[in-house]
Design a protein. Sequence first.
Length: 211
Amino acid sequence: MRLFVGIPIPADIAEDLYPIARAMRGLDAQTPKNMHLTLKFIGNVDNGLTAAVIDDVLHHTRFTPFDLQIAGLGMFGTARKARILWAGVQPQPLLTQLAHRVEAALFRCDDISNQLDRRKFAPHITLGRNRSASRAAVGQAVVDHAGLPSRSFRVETFCLYQSISTGEGPVYQVMAHYGAGITRRPAASEKPSVSDVDAFADIDFTVGSER
């Protein structure tokens, strides 16, 4: 199974962002349902026990709710090819603090600490992944949407996601929510009468996918 931790994007904002990448030929647009802001990519995890340990440390990660504001577009890539078109967010110290706390919690999981990405946190919302669009075309989209209406939303929870490969592209399934006032609860495919470790073991985590 392939896991990451992120913040879900509200449906109305995701629906507004979706047409930007959808309109570009050669770009695989991120569906509104899949849109999120990654706090930490975990990668492949082999068994339900490890997932349960991850769930436990995330459950004990505390943070202060905050407002997050969408701010402009950008792209990742090389001088020759744009790889990802993304929407940015205004600087928010509480977001950075949350990302650092999630990272610190995950580094306490011995089974995954060596595989965690150590790159500096760069908050963004992926809108599309480039297949064949020219760098100039993606760059023009960034310019054309420079006046993107600024939208803000309240962040009171973050999630543990599983990336599942399908014939129509990856699907990001929420396994658990975390935040103030949220009690531990089983994921949709778990049985409520079993322990956390057994519950994670009951989920089929055999399919990997790209984030």
